[in-house]
Design a protein around this ligand. Sequence first.
Ligand code: FAD
Ligand code: SF4
Length: 498
Amino acid sequence: MSARRTIRTIPQERTPMPTQPASERARNFDEVALGYRYEDARREAERCILCPQKPCSGACPVGIDIPGFIARASEEDWRGAYDILSEATLLPSICGRVCPQETQCEAVCVVGDHLEPVAIGRLERFVGDMAIEKGWAPSVDVEPAGRRVAVVGAGPAGLACAADMARAGCDVTVFEALHRPGGVLSYGIPEFRLPREVVDAEFGRLQGLGVTVECNTLVGRLFSVDELRDEMGFDAVFVGTGAGFPAFMGIPGEALNDVLSANEFLTRRNLLRAGSAGADTPLRVGRRGVVIGAGNTAMDALRTAVRLGAEEVRCLYRRSRAECPARAEELVHAEEEGVIFSWLTSPVEILGDEQSNVRAVRCVRMDLGEPDASGRRRPVAVPESEHEIETDMVIFAIGTNANPILRQTSRLASNDRGYLVTDVDGRTSQAGVFAGGDIVTGAATVIQAMGAGRRAADAMKAYLGITGPEERDLSDPSRPRMFGIDERQRPFRRLRIA
Ligand code: FAD
Ligand code: SF4
């Protein structure tokens, strides 16, 4: 390793991400951010001063050894960098693309106190993409534990839990309602942000662990969680069904034609290919579209509408740009692609024509008052500020709720908002049933869902009496590396079945 790096000696500018020009990308679904080239990644890796206290790792929900992987990257030991990443994350290419790094690891990066923080996510993506290209996968060393585990929901939470339990030697089956695994990564986030090949490649590694994925299986209708455990022979169950149930505002006009939720709009485009020529479920996008909300989901819906040919696409948000909850990069990209933002604007009614098609949204202007429980300034309607915005389509992206099916068909305790109640390790009110991800926390992030899946897997192993031996020589550099949690637990071996 070269001489010790300091803020003065490292490259001062953050390496920019090459992107498709806005005028071109607004007309195609190809990936917007093209990814670092080799030289970009090498240069950016040199910006990390490798601080021993690793605040960035502490701010990562799965605790990636960030300076560890960046140190390997700056030595051009890319395989070594990947091995360190894959000890903590199943999905580096995905998380490198969609994690809100600016509020997690990059928010606490020491370099960020003086310069722009190290582009940790971009480096993670570079290494993850190289692993896909080269066909690298963590090696597997699994001793059968003689236990069967069911995972309900193939989103990031379920798949992270499935990987850890497979690695612990369990026979794991994932039941997924849709025809594709991935959860929001497949049905929600569009290809221009997260190409399908990347999702397929990273999830394909699960198959290498021997996990079985049963798609088109709606648990709670075909069979219940109780049946999985009591009659179908599973020793433990993890529930990671997400929070995909759309929310509306309850304003007049929501039943008009071409009023829909962002989840429906995005699912129809991403999973059912609506919008492509000859699609079985065509998606009608008018000349003008309005999206209500300004989170990541809203940005995806806005930018998808632009790409599907709407001439004027507008975002309505009741707070100001400063409070916009979307990832900063997505907001900037949406602006560059021509989305119009009506900040401090809240809809009060959707207006239709004589055929019950949407024709306009009646809105009021808002002011920001005192901070509310979220710490953000509360929007307050400005008197006599009503006005109409003409539109052919209204998409609600104001958040989601828990799907009620499992709550209605199991004895799992839930809170008054319908989310499953668990302890910090994901244990539900039913012995042997664990839960994590959006179905517990409400809408959160990919990496938080993965972290919850992994914590629940830990608790599940303890419940099943599966513990890892500490007696193997962990200093042996040739020891197999897997989706590890920490040194003490790697590699797993069944010691005792309770
Ligand atoms: P999900 O990803 O929702 O997966 C749950 C899975 O369970 C689904 O596949 C569902 O079909 C399945 N399921 C549900 N019920 C059943 C049942 N009864 N039986 C069988 N299967 C069932 N986060 C970020 O970090 N960065 C982003 O940029 C980002 N963008 C987003 C964009 C959109 C449009 C949306 C909707 C969310 C976004 N998020 C983003 C949030 C993130 O995707 C979620 O927090 C994360 O996917 C939650 O993971 P999960 O595993 O809990 O649930
Ligand atoms: Fe590197 Fe920033 Fe993490 Fe320090 S905080 S180790 S500079 S990425």
